[in-house]
Design a protein around this ligand. Structure first.
Ligand SMILES: Cc1cc2nc3c(=O)[nH]c(=O)nc-3n(C[C@H](O)[C@H](O)[C@H](O)COP(=O)(O)OP(=O)(O)OC[C@H]3O[C@@H](n4cnc5c(N)ncnc54)[C@H](O)[C@@H]3O)c2cc1C
Length: 429
């Protein structure tokens, strides 16, 4: 199959999945009508910033009078946003993506569970103050729903002792200091992958999948990019959006600055993250007036991403970060399941007989990501942050690691917009 057909097939496949899921999830635009009896919320007053017309985006560029030939490495959110805006401005854009899918760390697991249910491997929640993310969601006319359930109780397990918290109390607190309250977090209806899908649809002739870039060689005149498939691309400018832990898989000529080399060789810390999911044939927790959500002092966030879908089955997942992610990654799968389930059993009764499936997703083990997201120490930030997004000759850089919003789609978008402007402004001042 030639590459453009492959790309189109992939996008069509994803679109079909989205449409199927949208149909089963909610047939009405009304939030209150969607799924398991959620009550009307302040979502009625949308957190979306106002836009003047549907073509407007925070990253829109003027039409170019001198189109450039631009190769973007990576079809994650930063590469897709930059590609979308540069293409709309009239530049020639090719996105080379190592995986056979778009979205990078925005990755909805559509094929993992039964009954059309899905869960997020990466980005899951959007706070109401992430204006860039919400603007693009509005631009592509996607719907958002509350992320946290408004009904039933949450649990908290501290040192094996469990307590119950009402939904009202829980959602009216921030998940961490300085954040908006949980009631102000949203998710994209039908799965977070619908945002990169909308971008990939607009770029479907411009993305080449399964094309890991191995080498980037620049001269005064141009840049030559070599892929693992022995393909060569010639560009005026390159935008590299590869996460730092895997940036050292690409050889740059001339070599990258000392600061970028240090950052990509472990000098800029990342947080690891692993999620364990269990799909159950019944939502047994409802009998105890629980919504399947809570916290433990492992530390661990426990989510039930299916809380607002209509099926009788449901998925509960454990979101582990940092040392707990490292710890669970060192176990085999049976030990991983036992370790997570043993904690859950402080609040849930025996459930072994109704398990449909267990699944584990570790971002450290993903060869094109290497960890979850940048979380540098203060010292690393002071020494390296201002260098990470700096262009080196004809090669530009973006990605959540090259932004002020580490670990958020907002950061990926901000850096993509910044890099697109940098390239566009070379010829369009
Ligand atoms: C566990 C987890 C939870 C998160 N939760 C949230 C959340 O709730 N809300 C939120 O807003 N954000 C969240 N994020 C962060 C968000 O997902 C990221 O900030 C964002 O998706 C990063 O986009 P990016 O373009 O910078 O990088 P990526 O998405 O990693 O994209 C980079 C792309 O480059 C490709 N690539 C790598 N190497 C090569 C190569 N050599 N050649 C070609 N292509 C290559 C990769 O395959 C990938 O597609 C979360 C992330 C994780 C991992």
């Amino acid at each position: 199959m030639d590459k453009s057909n492959y790309t189109k097939n992939l996008v069509n496949q994803a679109r079909r999945k989205f449409l199927k899921q949208s149909l089963v999830m909610c047939s009405s635009a009304s939030i209150a009508a969607c799924g398991g009896g959620s009550t009307p919320t302040q979502l009625a007053t949308s957190p979306l910033p106002p836009t003047t017309n549907s073509n407007d985006t925070p990253g829109i560029l003027t039409e170019t009078s001198a189109p450039l030939n631009i190769v973007i490495i990576g079809a994650g959110m930063s590469g897709l946003i930059a590609g979308y805006e540069l293409l709309r401005a009239g530049h020639q854009v090719t996105i080379l993506e190592a995986r056979d899918r778009f979205g990078g760390r925005v990755h909805t697991l559509y094929d993992t569970f039964e009954n059309g249910q899905f869960a997020e491997a990466g980005a899951s929640r959007i706070p109401s103050n992430h204006n860039l993310t919400l603007s693009y969601i509005e631009h592509f006319e996607l719907n958002i729903d509350p992320f946290y359930p408004r009904t039933n109780n949450y649990f908290n397990i501290q040192n094996n002792v469990s307590s119950i918290i009402s939904a009202q109390e829980y959602i009216n607190q921030p998940p961490w200091p300085g954040s908006v309250n949980r009631s102000d977090f949203y998710k994209i209806r039908g799965g977070m992958a619908n945002l990169p899908l909308a971008l990939a649809n607009s770029l479907s002739d411009n993305i080449v999948y399964a094309s890991p870039v191995e080498s980037v060689q620049q001269s005064n005149e141009n840049v030559v990019i070599y892929t693992r498939n022995n393909e060569q691309y010639l560009a005026d400018r390159v935008l590299c959006t590869v996460p730092l832990p895997v940036l050292n898989k690409i050889s740059f000529t001339p070599p990258l600055s000392d600061q970028k080399t240090l950052a990509s060789n472990g000098g800029y810390d990342y947080t690891d993250s692993t999620r364990l999911y269990t799909q159950f044939s019944e939502r047994f927790w409802l009998a105890d007036n629980l919504n399947g959500w809570g916290d433990t002092n492992w530390p661990e966030e426990v989510w039930q991403p299916t809380w607002d879908s209509g099926e009788s089955s449901g998925i509960i997942q454990s979101y582990l970060r940092d040392t707990t992610a490292t710890e669970i990654d060192s176990f085999d799968m049976l030990q991983q399941i036992e370790s997570v389930h043993t904690r859950w059993q402080h609040v849930f009764p025996q459930f072994e007989d109704i398990i449909i499936r267990n699944h584990v997703h570790s971002w450290q083990k993903e060869i094109w990501t290497g960890s979850a997201y940048a979380s540098p120490t203060n010292t690393q930030n002071v020494a390296l942050a201002s260098h990470i997004g700096l262009a080196e000759g004809r090669v530009h850089f973006a990605g959540e690691h090259a932004s002020q919003f580490h670990g958020w789609i907002q950061g990926a978008i901000a850096s993509g917009i910044r890099a697109a402007n940098e390239i566009h402004n070379l010829t369009n001042r």
